[in-house]
Design a protein around this ligand. Sequence first.
Ligand code: ADP
Ligand code: MG
Length: 803
Amino acid sequence: MMRRKNGNKHYFTRMGTRKKVHAFVRVKPTDDFAHDMIKYGDDNKSIDIHLKKDLQRGVVNNKQTDWSFKLDGVLHNASQDLVYETVAKDVVAQALDGYNGTIMCYGQTGAGKTYTMTGATENYKHRGILPRALQQVFRMIEERPTHAITVRVSYLEIYNESLFDLLSTLPYVGPSVTPMTIVENPQGVFVKGLSVHLTSQEEDAFSLLFEGETNRIIASHTMNKNSSRSHCIFTIYVEAHSRTLSDEKYITSKINLVDLAGSERLGKSGSEGRVLKEATYINKSLSFLEQAIIALGDQKRDHIPFRQCKLTHALKDSLGGNCNMVLLTNIYGEAAQLEETLSSLRFASRMKLVTTEPAINEKYDAERMVKNLEKELALLKQELAIHDSLANRTLVNYDPMDEIQIAEINSQVRRYLEGTLDEIDIINLRQIQEVFNQFRVVLSQQEQEVESALRRKYTLIDKNDFTAISAVQKAGLMDVDGHLVGEPDGQGFGLGVTSFSTKPGKKSKSKKTFKEQLSSSARKEGASSPVSGKDFEVSTSKTQLTPSSKEGDVKDLPLRDLETSSAEPLPSDSPKEESRPPRPSTPPPKPVAFEDFKNERGSEINRIFKENKSILNERRKRASETTQRINAIKREMDMTKEALNFQKSLREKQGEYENKGLMIIDEEEFLLILKLKDLKKQYRAEYQDLRDLKAEIQYCQHLVDQCRHRLLTEFDIWYNESFFIPEDMQVSLKPGSSIRPGMVPVSRLVSLGEDDQDKFSQLQQMMLPEGPDSISFYNAKVKTEQKHNYLKTMMGLRQGHRK
Ligand code: ADP
Ligand code: MG
């Protein structure tokens, strides 16, 4: 079942069937009725209009002169009583059952809209729909003692797109102090700031109605406005709760009684100033109403333009949708008004195309629901207690667990997992659920512990560091297999032809052999020296070694961690500006330039890279040796075990085993057992070594990767700087300057002046102290301020209008 998007759909429960909007016509009594032009059908449901030729002076003859309108009823010479019976009675009656209702009067000024809606306030007999509806509501309440029904009313006037509360409790002093707004929420549309008055009896309701009428007149005088230029919406809100407490549902509904502004087309006669402005507003809002109605009548249309003006917006959930809807068109019966009459009838027949789907607005009383559930719970607990005592169970507590009980379950789970507790007794469902819950808690704690232990021990490498990978590929330095060009078998970068010598004699200063370093870090005594043939040179000077940069087993590795040393300036003896050779006209190919770079600016990083790489290779070699040893031990263990088994089976065959209580074994078997024990010990020790080595390898690999990345990034910068950036712009890139190369893209470095950079970092500090989440916070703040300013402006405008 399809439904329109407007209306209170979240609360519909029982859907009604589709229903057409009812459209009636009421003809104002006149002595001058145009009998020759207006004819009623015999069933009183149609009206035919015939335009006499002499009325259309100067109009071509083929113009239409006859119209026929089919409606739900034509009311002529009808009393106020009959009008109410025909038009409103059912709508009001259904409101008490939870259906929203809307009754609208449409027509040109003077045609009888206000007379129909409000009626004569001084003559009871001629009272209109409003007082009659109130009477019916209160009468029906009396007839329904099973329900507690409350009635509230409000009275809204819309004049030139401004909202006025005709029942404002404040004495009328002009435009309302706090502007009213139309608000939408899942429950529907309401006017924020409009006073809604609880009326416990008919009389109160009438007083309010009259007060509203008076205010309508006073306002029209004080503000010099014509009351027929405004739309008035009187709303009756009904809320019915069953007096049977167990009934959690209650119904709400509202009846909108709408007296629209005059529909006549103004402006033809050359209206000016205020009148013209009023006319524009009325014509606009009525044509928006018509547009909304056309859209509502078109089954294919999904969007209904309700928000184009205050009138349709305020009536959004009262037009079409789930309510009972009636349109009453007031017309004159006189020849002079025929043109307006025609346009009013056209509007009425359009309205007839609109379908609605009346549905009850049912809601749930949360308080009653809680009370009923509590009752039910108490009953079930009693039932459970009886059941337990019948089943001879000791008293079981079914209440929610407190912290101590939960802690006890947690400890049970831990003991169970450790093996010190064999089983966990089942008590009740709540306890079982908590046991599972605590399993999850313990599991996640263990996972965290394992992860943090791993993090302490190893530096985890991120395999997804695509920036590093792409930097390598961009520089054309990585082949398909991921090997660096010019890197034979992981031996480091080959030394190319040196074009500019950079650091003569530097390397030999303050060096210590790698052997010395390693001897202090060797874990196992008697481990064969892994370094064969070549001494690794590792600098120990402050700027070149990073002591104890990592915790754990790897902290004494003599490796260089670029992350901690990169903040330092490159050695000050790198090439000076004046020693730079003249720039070649075409830049050299990257592989060639890379060789130059490694000897020039990149020599230091390259050296560190090579050092780290050789240490990594050495550790790998040691790991492979250890693996081989482990495999050898394993083989020997297997052999010993086999021998031992053989001995055992031999002994069993000989029946020696039958000597009860005592186990006799021969010397050979005993020696085998000792040997196996020793092998196991060795195996464990080697295995531990291998694990440590693997951690070191992982860490070394990380450093090597880091060095490679750094080398390539700096090469890129150097390459651009040397061959592409004008020399006078290179000031900030000089080696040893305070800006770290590789941290900011070259283009940024060149374009950012010192001031800009200050501003940028200030901005970042301002934006980022609370993390990325703060962005939405600041956005929201800006938006709120904008909204605030907008409201201020609107208020200013409105006050300006009223002066
Ligand atoms: P509208 O609100 O459409 O501008 P009103 O309801 O103010 O028109 O009617 C204009 C005048 O005509 C009023 O004096 C009203 O009493 C009178 N009038 C309108 N319709 C009727 C009717 N059906 N019977 C008697 N008087 C009527
Ligand atoms: Mg009126």
